[in-house]
Write a protein that binds this ligand. Structure first.
Ligand SMILES: NC(=O)c1ccc[n+]([C@@H]2O[C@H](COP(=O)([O-])OP(=O)(O)OC[C@H]3O[C@@H](n4cnc5c(N)ncnc54)[C@H](OP(=O)(O)O)[C@@H]3O)[C@@H](O)[C@H]2O)c1
Length: 325
């Protein structure tokens, strides 16, 4: 069978994305063939495109999509043709009309969740889940610092953090994003270009600092985050929007009063079907109760994925973005 998909033959800017026709073989053992209905856009797609996270070239792109199962390979018993499913994972090839994918990683979409919301929620929502429930499990009354609070992960994490009883201090770059982040549960907003984020954090926390900093910005904010933590606070550095964090001396943690640093990756928290489905159940639970609302604020045709990358890297998007095949 033939299908249309994005391919990259070299690392680079958004212009390396090519929309081409490719061959799609029958599903192999343990695989399902999916017809995508909505594809999630994620910042990790830009790391794959630039080679920050190396891939074998040529390659597809994309780590999240919703769709319908069209066929299954030998040994698949968890899903059947006609099922609505959503997934996140590798190999990266979600930017496609159809693909084959390991069936154990397919999550059934609840009846009350639309396909585009599912594609906008799984990778970012499970990330918010492990950040707040595993990397530093938030307790009611904790103050936490969250960057890109109006972005994809940030929009979900701010609502979920609030739902868990935290005081959420969000960092954003524009007034419009500040308004959005406040509406999504951030108690306080600090502007990203502030020259004293730690000072503002301390002013907002009676001089103490935050219990955890959820930092997706990376290189530019690493020490800003450490300086914002309370003694024994937890630095969760989970992204590279400004570039990867430079090497640092452990003594930096000692002199700021026994801090912890973790550098987590979503896929380590959902590495078995049981862990994946349990995490997804928690996510769909907060969506269905209304505690967390996921907004698809940008939609692009799949063939325009390059423009979606430009807008994401240009800090023009808010909430979630989907590509439509
Ligand atoms: N480790 C993991 O398991 C994992 C999983 C998922 C996502 N992530 C990370 O989580 C972050 C958010 O992902 P997302 O897909 O939801 O993206 P996003 O937050 O919707 O977009 C990135 C945001 O980062 C902010 N930003 C700050 N400095 C930037 C810069 N120099 N260039 C571009 N953006 C900058 C911008 O918000 P402002 O304009 O408001 O500053 C921008 O909107 C990414 O860093 C991603 O790598 C990590």
């Amino acid at each position: 069978m033939k299908t249309n998909a994005i391919r990259i033959r070299e690392y680079g800017g958004p212009d390396v994305l090519e929309y081409v026709e490719v061959d799609l073989p029958e599903p192999g053992p343990g695989e399902a063939t999916l017809r995508h209905t909505a594809i999630g856009l994620n910042f990790i797609d830009t790391y794959h495109r630039t080679g920050l996270y190396p891939m074998e070239l040529p390659t597809g792109l994309g780590s999240e999509a919703a769709g319908v199962v069209e066929a299954v390979g030998a040994g698949v018993d968890g899903v059947a043709p006609g099922d609505r499913v959503v997934y996140t994972g590798r190999p990266a090839d979600s930017y496609s009309e159809r693909r084959n994918f390991p069936a154990w990683q397919l999550v059934p979409i609840p009846d009350d969740v639309d396909d585009d919301i599912a594609a906008a929620s799984l990778l970012k929502g499970l990330t918010a889940w492990y950040l707040l429930r595993r990397s530093y499990p938030v307790e009611a009354g904790d103050a936490v610092l969250l960057y890109a609070a109006a972005g994809g992960v940030g929009s979900i994490a701010s609502q979920w953090g609030k739902h868990l009883g935290a005081t959420v201090i969000g960092v954003v770059s524009t007034d419009a994003k500040a308004e959005l982040a406040r509406a999504q549960g951030c108690d306080h907003i600090i502007m990203a270009d502030s020259d004293d984020i730690p000072g503002q954090v301390r002013a907002l926390t009676d001089g103490e600092g935050v219990a955890a900093a959820y930092d997706s910005i990376g290189r530019d904010t690493f020490f800003t985050s450490l300086d914002s933590l309370r003694p024994h606070g937890v630095m969760v550095t989970f992204g590279n929007a400004s570039g990867p964090v430079d090497p640092f001396a452990p003594a930096e943690l000692a002199k700021r009063h026994s801090l912890y640093v973790t550098r987590p990756v979503l896929f380590d928290f959902i590495d078995t079907r049981e862990r994946l489905l349990n995490a997804a159940e928690e996510l769909f639970g907060v969506l269905s109760s209304g505690a967390v609302k996921v907004s698809v604020n940008q939609r692009y045709p799949l063939a325009d994925a390059a423009q979606a990358h430009r807008d994401l890297e240009g800090r023009k998007t808010t909430g979630s973005t989907v590509l439509l095949p």
